[in-house]
Design a protein around this ligand. Structure first.
Ligand code: PMP
Length: 420
């Protein structure tokens, strides 16, 4: 839904990478359901049953949207951050985690209780695969060996966490190749699809990743719900992420005074408490809307806007577009840049105040990546931001423009006019 700032002028919300505007279809579906909603899995009443049906059919819709395998589970969470923290809490003992330093903090930081290897920033997709191969081979004394022990060490469990599309550069990562490398060394892989899912059809089986995590609010649904989908075994042998009602099948007092709990072995194990039914239904509605609109044609249109923005920015001498994999690397509608002689925060503020364009400035919760791209030293941290450079100094942060389904051409054209 466009934001109206007055009269006929619409505000150009070009910050889809933070949160994309929810689709009208999603608001319509939620409004139609609103008079009927009730708590799920809990009542014999009609509204509770209706809501339970909608909740569980939303799970099936998401599974279909992601191309889930028969044995995969779809767990509803609050967000991508929540999904990855859930997986981190479910890692088997001794699990080693491999993550590129270029990741969003949501992928970089949840593994603090595991043994983490941070991989250097690659400068090509092929280098990303080589770097991962090398790190996994160093762990595995007999590369290709699938011998596993639950004790950790070189043949113990391992997980690779990688983003599908960067929230800074929009660049696509070689997910399939990284998954193949992980599996060849007996490791598993989770895909942070926060930025990929809104811009690309996904197929978990085809990519051959073990889990996919994404957020509803970036996939054209409102805030508050997310997804972790994939292999059930680690999730179902772990302690529940939250303990409480809904996750437990039976609870009984023992003779010695303690309590015996039998936890569910379905997705419910990690969904304790009354779930966000409307949020979950919104995700399913967005998945259906994207599929019915023809996701491939949405991608095609978005790619035309990517080309237009990149060509437009290339025509402004003072602009430098940030890229890890090179200017020709394929990317989604997420583009960051700096403007010579301009403080990025002032530039973004001017786009908003003078042109009615909302972009983002800062380090985008990917501090190591943005510093690598800007060639700057670590500074005093700010909340996903950076200290301000003085006019004329080298930028310590960047400006990000991002767009997707439903972005009007006029918004992108206005943005380019304003930058020029
Ligand atoms: N990963 C990536 C690549 C992201 O861009 C974001 C959000 N900026 C997240 C994870 C975290 O998403 P959320 O804030 O919805 O948990």
């Amino acid at each position: 839904m466009p934001l109206v700032t007055g009269g006929e002028v619409t505000y150009a919300a070009l910050d889809y990478a933070a949160s994309a505007p929810a689709l009208q279809r999603v608001w319509d579906d939620v409004a139609a359901y609103a008079p009927y909603y009730g708590s799920v899995h809990r009542g014999a009443g009609y509204l509770s049953q209706l809501s339970t049906d909608l909740f569980e059919s939303s799970r099936a819709t998401v599974a279909e949207f992601l191309g889930c395998r028969e044995s995969d589970q779809v767990v509803f969470t609050r967000s991508t951050t929540d999904s990855l923290n859930l997986l981190a809490a479910a890692l088997p003992a001794g699990c080693q985690v491999f993550v590129f330093e270029t990741e969003h903090h949501a992928s970089l930081l949840p593994w603090r209780d595991a043994e983490v290897t941070f991989l250097d920033a690659p400068r090509t997709p092929a280098q990303a695969v080589e770097t991962l191969e090398r790190a996994l081979a160093a762990r595995d004394p007999s590369p290709g060996s699938r011998l596993r022990s639950s004790r950790g060490g070189p043949n113990g469990p391992a997980l690779v966490c990688v983003t599908g599309a960067s929230n800074v550069t929009g660049e696509l990562w070689p997910v399939k190749e990284l998954a193949a490398a992980a599996h060849a060394h007996g490791a598993r892989i989770v895909l942070d699809a926060a930025q990929l899912a809104p811009h690309h059809p996904l197929d978990i089986a085809e990519l051959d990743v073990d889990w996919i995590a994404f957020s509803g609010h970036k996939l054209y649904a409102p805030f508050g719900s997310g997804v972790l989908a994939g292999r059930a075994d680690w999730l179902q042998s772990a302690e529940p992420y939250l303990a409480g009602g809904g996750a437990s099948r039976t609870v009984a007092r023992r003779a010695d005074g303690g309590v015996d709990v039998e936890w569910h072995t379905t997705a419910a194990r990690h969904e304790a408490g009354s779930p966000n039914v409307i949020g979950v239904y919104s995700i399913a509605s967005a998945c259906k809307a994207l599929t019915e609109a023809g996701f491939d044609s949405l991608v095609e249109r978005e790619q035309a806007l990517v080309t237009k923005v990149l060509e437009g920015l290339a025509g402004v001498g003072a602009v430098r577009v940030l890229s890890l994999f090179g200017d020709d690397a394929p990317r989604v509608g997420v583009i960051s840049f700096v403007v010579e002689g301009w403080n990025s925060s002032h530039f973004a503020a001017a786009l908003s105040a003078e042109y009615g364009i909302g972009v983002r400035d800062g380090l985008f919760c990917a501090h190591p990546l943005v510093r690598t791209l800007l060639g700057s030293e670590p500074q005093e941290p700010g909340e996903c931001g950076a200290p301000e450079a003085e006019p004329g100094e080298r930028s310590l942060n960047a400006i990000r423009v991002s767009f997707g389904a439903g972005t009007p051409d006029e918004h992108v054209e206005r943005f380019l006019r304003a930058v020029r």
